[in-house]
Structure formats: structure tokens, C-alpha cells
Write a protein that binds this ligand. Structure first.
Ligand code: PLP
Length: 457
């Protein structure tokens, strides 16, 4: 199992890559200077590079490989479907069995009331689809002035023009004159930064009421929807207090605006329930899903659509002029179905809630004895270790992000993948991670954070 594919020469691939491959989210000069790690294979919770290093993947790829690497069942499902029907589209009143089965399965496992699936290929495409659905919905309802979609600072919803406009990442907006008109951002429920003097209950209500203030500022008749990740993942694993979403739900209902729960990271067991909506008691009108839907084995996403929007579209909408060549791709759908079957068969959601999640929480919290650790946050198998200059006063480092980068590099040098968001180290391992692997992850994180403290001290 440990064999390394020696036919891959690291230098050749680094040079080829630097010469021809424009990577996502990458500084190209730095890549050419420093080279990349060439990943050659993976098994369970580990990946291997072309130098033979075995690396613990604390990020499950990009928050997506929920069932772990090397699943023969998923390869078999893809092979079988490729031989039977490798492609056909789902435009113009055509379907295929895996797409229909997957839509039905998703209606069963997602929160009550979400009974229709619109398929796409990525989280970004799902959120772009949602922006079009929201506008189309309000036009059909005779309220075309309802255009503004409210989202949050540090929210991440994708990289296409509409989905990046939903994002609350200023660096992303700086490139490309974004956001587009019709997008408004409010503060996130980031208690470590903004709520030191409040109880979680008080802070959750105060943070939710920023939505109400924004609605009044924009004008209640001009607001179309509010979008939020149950836990803000790429923004630094910001976990809201339990009082936050019930108040958000109340506000959305009171002003009639659509509530969108972006489950691209939280879905499929990550939080210890099937969906983050189940963990926080959210009843969304629209719900994008991706990543854990196929555990990253195939590019597939979906928008789960609730009755309010679905009925309007079906009864009043006429043709919906939107879709992708690969919407409802039979191979991707077959793999997603088998992936969901694995999650159910192996009771992975129950495992996260009752066994490995609490163990992970306890172990990660043990890092709080390191002086630069300001706070450890976890829910299920998603976690954050926030690094600060002064824990007592919650003072961040001056050059926000520099310390996180140092720590991330220490992790990587020590064969652990952890990601840095500003100075917060985030972690989101496969749901099959063993107790020993959690110990390995936390021991390596401790070594990296301790080395970082020495570097910045
Ligand atoms: N929504 C959330 C919450 C995400 O975390 C991401 C990606 O990380 C996306 C949407 C975009 O998904 P994709 O990268 O598949 O376009």
C-alpha cells in the first residue's frame, strides 16, 4: 500500500506545471520560484507525494473527501455507469436513471420541504443558479424590485461572477470590479472578534439583528434573499451561537425574504448531522450542496429547492432558461448515489456525532494550553485553532495572515495538511478518520503551532 509511483519525476512535473498550468488561488511567481508538491496517490486519510512522503490530509482534499480516499465501491460505480451510459444530457425532457434516483434520494436525506434538485457541477455553479432562481422567483411574484441578496463578511460561496459577489472576501472583490450590483454584506457571527463582552446567547441575537438593520437600510421591498453557510468554513470556521439562526429565520419570515443555507461544506455529515441545517434548526428555501455529495470523486453539485420556489417555478415559470451540459451527469450521479449509500451503510453521520466528533473536539481543545492559541472551535469534524498575539485581550497579530502562513508551512513540512485562514488554522478531515489519526493530527498541529510561536515570539 505504501508503494510510491517512482515513474513520476518530481522536477519534470514541477517544470511542466510552472510552464503551462495556471492554478486556482495561486501566486504564479511564487509557484515558479518554490515549485509545487506533486501528489500521486491517496488512501484513507493520507495522501502521498512524488518524493514518497506520506501526508495526513487534515482538510479532506478541499473539505470534500468525506468517505476517505481509495473507495473501490465508488470506482466500481463510475466504471459500471461509464460502460452503460457515459453521458446523456437532461435538457429537453430527457433523463437518466442515476440522475432521477439521486434527485429522489436527496429529497429523502435533506431537511424536510426540500423535494426538488437542480444539478450542476460545482458549488459556484450551484450558487450562480441560485442567484438566477432568486431573481426569477421575485419577477414571477410581481416584485421585480426585490433584487438585493444579503450575505456576510468572510462568507465563501464560490468564484464565478455571481457567486463571488455573494462572498464576503474583499481580496477577491478587488480583482474584477466586484461585487456586481445587488449584493450587500453584513458582519458574520464572529464572537471571538466582536463579542468578547457578551454571552453567546446575547451575541447570537445581536449578530442576527444586523440582518434586520440591513433590511431596513436597503428597504424591505428591495431585499430578495439572505444566504449563509451554517458554519462559515473557508472564512475561518466561524461557528455561530445557537441563538443566531432561529433569529435569522424569524427575520427572513417576517420580511418575506428567501433564506438560502449554503451546505457545500457542512453537508453530508460534517457537523455531526446530515446537514448543518439539522444542527442549527434552519428551514431554508434553497440549499446548495456539492463537495461531500460525491466526496469529491466526481464534480457534481445541486440546488435543493423548497416548495415555495419549486411550486412557483412549476406552476407559473414556463421554461427555465438555465442549465449546464453536464447537469445530472449519469456517471457523477451514480458515484454520488453510491457515496450516500456508503455514508448510510457505515453510519458515518452517527459516528461523527457520537464517537469521533467528541474525541476530535477534546483532543483539539488540548491545544488551548499553547500561549498563542486564542480559541479552539469545533463542531462534528470541522474545527479551528485561532492564533493570536495576546490571548487575554484577544489581540490579533499585526500583519493578519503572516502567522497562519508560517504555521501552515510548518504543518506541511511535518506532513500534515492544515489550512490557514488569516491566522486561524482550520481542519476538516475525512469522516472515517480513526482515533489514532486524530492523535497524529493533533500531535503534528501541536508541533507546528509550537514552532510558529518560537518564530513569531
Ligand atoms: N460554497 C461554499 C460554502 C464553499 O466552501 C465553496 C468552496 O469551497 C463553494 C460554495 C464553491 O464551491 P466550488 O469550489 O465547488 O465552486
Amino acid at each position: 500500500m505504501n508503494a510510491v509511483n517512482r515513474s513520476i519525476d518530481t522536477k519534470t512535473y514541477q517544470q511542466r506545471d510552472a510552464a503551462h498550468h495556471l492554478h486556482p488561488f495561486t501566486d504564479y511567481k511564487a509557484l515558479a520560484r518554490e515549485g509545487t508538491r506533486v501528489i500521486t496517490r491517496a488512501e484513507g486519510c493520507h495522501i502521498w507525494d512524488s518524493e514518497g512522503n506520506k501526508i495526513l490530509d487534515g482538510m479532506a482534499g478541499l473539505w470534500c473527501v468525506n468517505v476517505g480516499y481509495g473507495r473501490r465501491e465508488l470506482a466500481d460505480a463510475a466504471y459500471k455507469q461509464l460502460m452503460e451510459l457515459p453521458f446523456y444530457n437532461s435538457f429537453f425532457k430527457t433523463t437518466n436513471a442515476p440522475a432521477a434516483d439521486l434527485a429522489a434520494k436527496l429529497a429523502e436525506v435533506t431537511p424536510a420541504g426540500l423535494n426538488h434538485a437542480f444539478f450542476a457541477n460545482s458549488g459556484s455553479e450551484a450558487n450562480d443558479t441560485i442567484v438566477r432562481m432568486v431573481r426569477h422567483y421575485w419577477n414571477l411574484k410581481g416584485q421585480p424590485d426585490r433584487k438585493t441578496i444579503i450575505s456576510r463578511e468572510y462568507g465563501y460561496h464560490g468564484s464565478t461572477m455571481a457567486s463571488v459577489s455573494l462572498c464576503g472576501m474583499s481580496a477577491m472583490h478587488g480583482q474584477g470590479d466586484l461585487p456586481l450590483p445587488g449584493f450587500h454584506h453584513i458582519d458574520p457571527p464572529y464572537q471571538f472578534r466582536d463579542g468578547a463582552n457578551m454571552t453567546p446567547e446575547e451575541f447570537g441575537l445581536a449578530a442576527a439583528r444586523k440582518l434586520e438593520a440591513a433590511i431596513h437600510h436597503i428597504g424591505p421591498d428591495r431585499v430578495a434573499a439572505f444566504i449563509a453557510e451554517p458554519i462559515q468554513g473557508a472564512g475561518g470556521v466561524i461557528i455561530p451561537p445557537m441563538s443566531y439562526f432561529p433569529e435569522i429565520q424569524r427575520i427572513c419570515r417576517e420580511y418575506g425574504i428567501l433564506l438560502i443555507a449554503d451546505e457545500v461544506i457542512c453537508g453530508f455529515g460534517r457537523t455531526g448531522r446530515w446537514f448543518g441545517c439539522d444542527s442549527f434548526d434552519i428551514q431554508p428555501d434553497l440549499m446548495p450542496i456539492a463537495k461531500g455529495l460525491s466526496s469529491g470523486y466526481q464534480p457534481i453539485s445541486a440546488v435543493m429547492v423548497g416548495e415555495r420556489v419549486a411550486t412557483t417555478f412549476i406552476e407559473e415559470g414556463g421554461e427555465f432558461y438555465h442549465g449546464f451540459t453536464y447537469s445530472g451527469h449519469p456517471v457523477a450521479a451514480a458515484v454520488a448515489l453510491e457515496n450516500i449509500a456508503i455514508i448510510q451503510r457505515e453510519k458515518l453521520v452517527e459516528r461523527v456525532a457520537g464517537d469521533i466528533g467528541p474525541y476530535f473536539a477534546e483532543k483539539l481543545r488540548s491545544l488551548e494550553d499553547i500561549p498563542i492559541v486564542g480559541e479552539v472551535r469545533t463542531m462534528g469534524l470541522i474545527g479551528a485553532v485561532e492564533l493570536v498575539k495576546d490571548r487575554k485581550n484577544r489581540t490579533f497579530f499585526e500583519r493578519l495572515g503572516a502567522t497562519g502562513t508560517i504555521c501552515r508551512d510548518h504543518c506541511f513540512a511535518n506532513n500534515l495538511v492544515m489550512r490557514a485562514v488569516r491566522d486561524t488554522m482550520v481542519v476538516s478531515p475525512p469522516l472515517i478518520i480513526s482515533h489514532d489519526e486524530v492523535d497524529e493530527l493533533v500531535a503534528k498541529a501541536r508541533a507546528a503551532i509550537t514552532a510558529t510561536a518560537r518564530d513569531v515570539g
